[in-house]
Design a protein around this ligand. Structure first.
Ligand code: T4K
Length: 388
């Protein structure tokens, strides 16, 4: 890629027309994928307890070291099924700084998501704040592992035990991550992963609920298939949460390239760190030493008071270069409907979330992003933030 000085503010110009996305899908071995596609077409088995879904569930359970993995059509439905199977009701404490699916999965079942503030260092639930949001109506806590790190599981577990609440996790970002040497998938009553196209490990659309509770797993397996225990035998409420065979084929294929995807993400992360080091107005989200992580999001915070350009100005300038950086999770779930109308004063209780949504910027990564793309992005952001 070549670059040159532009007329405006010494900004650099990107010459490639190809947009750079935050969530370009990683795609494993295409020949292997096509073989699996042909095989499932030959067998004419497309969904409903297919061979590939069974194999994927087994491989995932081995990888995570967890007893049960229930594959689902996406993480949102996975969350809904877990919430229903855990018999939650009333209120559940969640962060507002998350993708809106976290809150919607509760509200969809007329359970109130009670938004709680986060630790500004990790962007995840602050246990002290959680404690303050417990009421007699609270039935659970849904921790969200953001960006490829796990939240403070131990502190949340203590609160849950003391207050007799159900603890479970939205682990949409945490596939392949560990805490204290234990893989995410083993914490709380259940953990829900997303395998959406934009996740570093994808099944086109998809997700999985992991649990070590056999009774819960059985219940969720029934629920994802309308409650059918056998032909003509419906034993519980259910929905259609099944993963298709074509999605499982993609998952099995991508699983074979998982280490490669993580290596590329780590390389990208290190390039960004190096390229943006020593800029006082930029804070990098760190990963935890000694833990496994997928490095799947490149998250920076721009200090609007110390930067020559605000976060939004930087993002808009990047978009003009076809670098589609995202300000996840702006403006916070509490400022989205229906939550904004249901609890209009929540913003006052969430000062750190309010601050974070103005500072955070997520940058392109994954196998579709090349080294010189990252070097350009870093030079561009550095110039915008330092005003040079
Ligand atoms: N909990 C959390 C914490 C989550 O982050 C999510 C989902 C969920 C729960 C629910 O999981 P799922 O039910 O989706 O399994 C995206 C994803 O759709 C969503 O899965 C993800 N989190 C969220 C953080 O990001 P959008 O609205 O930002 O997607 P979109 O279409 O703007 O795409 C993101 C980027 O990826 C763009 O830069 C374009 C690029 N892209 C996208 C697709 C779909 C591609 O290059 N190719 C593609 O095929 O939500």
């Amino acid at each position: 890629m070549t670059t040159e000085k532009s007329k405006t503010g010494g900004m650099l110009q990107r010459t490639s027309e190809e947009p750079l996305h935050v969530g370009r899908p990683n795609i494993g071995d295409r020949d292997g994928l096509m073989q699996r596609f042909n095989d499932l077409l030959d067998r004419r088995w497309l969904t409903n307890a297919g061979r590939y879904v069974g194999e994927l569930e087994q491989r995932l359970a081995e990888y995570l070291g967890v007893k049960h993995v229930v594959a689902v059509c996406n993480a949102t439905i996975g969350l809904e099924i877990a919430i229903k199977a855990l018999e939650l009701r009333g209120e559940v404490i969640v962060p507002s700084f998350t993708f809106v699916a976290t809150a919607h999965a509760l509200q969809w079942q007329e359970i109130t998501p009670v938004f709680c503030d986060v630790d500004p260092r990790t962007h995840m639930l602050d246990p002290d704040q959680v404690e303050m949001r417990v009421t007699p109506r609270t039935s659970g806590i849904m921790g969200v592992h953001l960006w490829g790190r796990t939240c403070d599981v131990e502190a949340l577990q203590k609160i849950a035990e003391r207050r007799r609440l159900t603890l479970f996790f939205d682990a949409a970002h945490a596939f392949g991550c560990s805490r204290g040497g234990t893989m995410a998938g083993n914490f709380g009553a259940a953990e829900v992963f997303s395998f959406h196209a934009t996740k570093f490990f994808n099944t086109f659309e998809g997700g999985a609920v992991a649990t070590n509770d056999s009774a819960l797993a059985r219940k969720m397996r029934l629920m994802k298939n309308f409650g059918f225990a056998g032909y003509d035998d419906v034993v519980s409420i259910g929905t259609n949460g099944k993963m298709t065979e074509i999605c499982a084929a993609m998952g099995l294929t991508n699983l074979e390239s998982l280490d490669h995807f993580i290596d590329v993400n780590r390389r990208n992360y290190e390039l960004y760190r190096e390229g943006l080091s020593g800029v006082p107005a930029i804070r990098f989200l760190e990963y935890e030493e000694g833990e496994r992580t997928n490095y799947q999001y490149i998250v920076i915070e721009i200090d609007n008071d110390r930067s020559a350009a605000s976060r939004d100005e930087v993002m808009n300038a990047l978009w003009q270069q076809r670098i589609m950086a995202r300000r996840y999770f702006y403006p916070g779930c509490h400022r989205m409907e229906p939550y904004r109308s249901l609890a209009p004063h929540d913003a006052m209780l969430l000062p750190r979330t309010e601050d974070l949504v103005q500072r955070t910027l997520v940058l392109p990564t994954g196998t579709a992003v090349a080294e010189d793309d990252i070097q350009f992005i870093c030079r561009f952001i550095r110039a915008a933030v330092t005003g040079t």
